[in-house]
Design a protein around this ligand. Structure first.
Ligand code: XMP
Length: 310
């Protein structure tokens, strides 16, 4: 890809579309939204307001990491605490698509609606990529970030127009652009992380307690598997429990699945052949988390499985 030409075209297009208005974007810390943020600030300067919404579904330390990383690049990011709103929207929901819908609506309607009204922004920049569009159109999954492809008019529904400058690129193209834009290597090379965050890794109800469990397991998996160079690795909390023994007593405990995959663009994936020692360490560390007494390794490629569990 010719990054320079791509940036020139997108810059021209953004300036032409946004004109004298204010645009806004939500940074999640993933490579897609990070590239949109850097590209948007390059094109629009302080006409672009960037926010980071803490939806309670993030990895440990994520909001602070993202805000500090962009501050170091000279890009100010407002941290919005919306944890309570997301948790109450998710309360009692167990159906995967209902959970995704609740997150989408809380994000765009409740939280973003408010931020946009306060900011006066007419445009929302979003890091949608081609794979998101294809999978949503194919009906595989309702992606968090697709609206118009689903026949939802964001201007009518939420009061603003969505701009998607990366919608012709796949993940590898976005990574190329990240390097070209001088984003820090650890940010540009981060493994993919979905918009609905840890909610895609909790089967069943998303509660603060269950989030704490999957968040702690995520930290262990990310620490243990970073050196594998795999495309993506994650921890999932199942809805079932299983009998086990802790301190000589019967315990009906929680089950964590570890998933680690090889892929180039997440459309297809194979399972990483982890060594036994690594699997053993993962199992030991994960089952030392309170209430977790089983750790499983997922052997399923995509297809037939998807990467995430909801
Ligand atoms: P699936 O689970 O569909 O995931 O096989 C394919 C890739 O997309 C990520 N993913 C998402 N990313 N919003 C995103 O921004 C989403 O709603 C979403 N769902 C899945 C997933 O982590 C994998 O890399």
């Amino acid at each position: 890809m010719d990054c320079n030409q791509f940036l020139e075209e997108q810059t021209r297009e953004l300036r032409r579309t946004v004109g004298d208005h204010i645009a806004i974007n939500a940074l999640s810390g993933g490579v897609d939204s990070s590239v949109v943020t850097a590209l948007g600030h390059r094109a629009l300067g302080n006409q672009l307001k960037t926010v980071f919404v803490d939806n309670a579904l993030m990895r440990d330390g994520e909001p602070e990491y993202v805000v500090q990383t962009f501050a170091a690049l000279g890009i100010p990011v407002d941290l919005i605490d919306a944890r309570e709103e997301f948790l109450s929207a998710l309360e009692g929901l167990t159906d995967p698509e209902a959970k995704r819908r609740a997150i989408t609506d809380t994000f765009y309607q409740t939280v973003f609606g408010r931020i946009v009204r306060e900011s006066g922004a007419k445009f929302l920049l979003h890091g949608t990529i081609l794979t998101d569009i294809e999978e949503t159109v194919a009906g595989i999954k309702r992606q968090h970030n697709i609206l118009s492809q689903l026949g939802i008019d964001p201007e009518q529904a939420y009061g603003y127009q969505v701009l998607e400058p990366l919608k012709t690129l796949r993940k590898d193209g976005v990574r190329e652009l990240a390097a070209y834009l001088d984003l820090p290597a650890d940010l540009a090379q981060r493994i993919p992380f979905p918009g609905p965050a840890l909610a895609t890794r909790i089967v069943g109800e998303v509660t603060a307690d269950r989030l704490a469990t999957v968040r702690a397991a995520t930290m262990i998996v990310e620490e243990e598997l970073a050196a594998t160079g795999a495309f993506q690795y994650l921890a999932v909390l199942l809805n079932d429990c299983a009998t086990g023994i802790r301190n000589g007593k019967r315990e009906f405990g929680q089950i964590i699945v570890v998933r680690c995959i090889e892929s180039t663009d997440a459309r297809k994936a194979t399972v990483t052949e982890l060594g036994w020692d690594k699997l053993h360490t993962l199992s030991q560390r994960i089952t030392s988390l309170p209430g977790v007494n089983r750790c499983l390794y997922d052997l399923t490629p995509k297809p037939p499985a998807t990467v995430e569990y909801i």
